[in-house]
Write a protein that binds this ligand. Structure first.
Ligand code: SF4
Length: 144
């Protein structure tokens, strides 16, 4: 299968703070599949490290309230074009870009609300199948 994945889950140090979210169990599952790594924040031109981002209402903001929506939208579009032929996507949970189902609420206080990251919303509009690193049990069945 052809699988699009958040680059931070593969161990790329692309998160806002320069870290990654490498997931060994997930990497094992992906061994026999074709992988396309994307990071909407890198494609948007954000440096590493950079200020954290959250979604508030329909805007992407940093802790100072700067509206970075257009910037993240552009990078997300670049990533969408790279992965739109994929059979499924595995995206990092809770991220303002890649989150699916739950994201932080825009107060930078660690509170989660129901919602989608900017890139995830685009992928959903394009009818792509989305999973996260929290769906390992389902992914074991699909990718076996
Ligand atoms: S934008 Fe997505 S791929 Fe990039 S660091 Fe955030 S969660 Fe990971």
């Amino acid at each position: 299968m052809k699988i699009g994945i958040s680059a931070c889950l593969l161990g790329h140090n692309v998160r806002y703070d320069g870290s990654n979210k490498r997931n060994e169990e997930l990497l094992k599952l992906l061994e026999r599949h074709e992988i396309i790594a994307v990071c909407p924040e890198i494609s948007s031109g954000f440096p590493v490290p950079h200020e954290p981002l959250e979604i508030k209402g329909n805007k992407v903001i940093d802790p100072s309230g700067n509206d970075l929506s257009n910037k993240l939208h552009e990078g997300s579009l670049i990533c969408l074009n790279k992965i739109k032929e994929c059979d499924l996507l595995i995206l990092k949970s809770k991220s303002p870009s890649c989150g699916h189902g739950f994201i932080y609420d825009g107060s930078f206080s660690g509170r989660l609300i129901e919602g989608e990251g900017i890139f995830t919303s685009m992928c959903l509009q394009n009818n792509l199948k989305i999973y996260s690193e929290n769906d390992l049990e389902i992914l074991k069945t699909i990718l076996a």
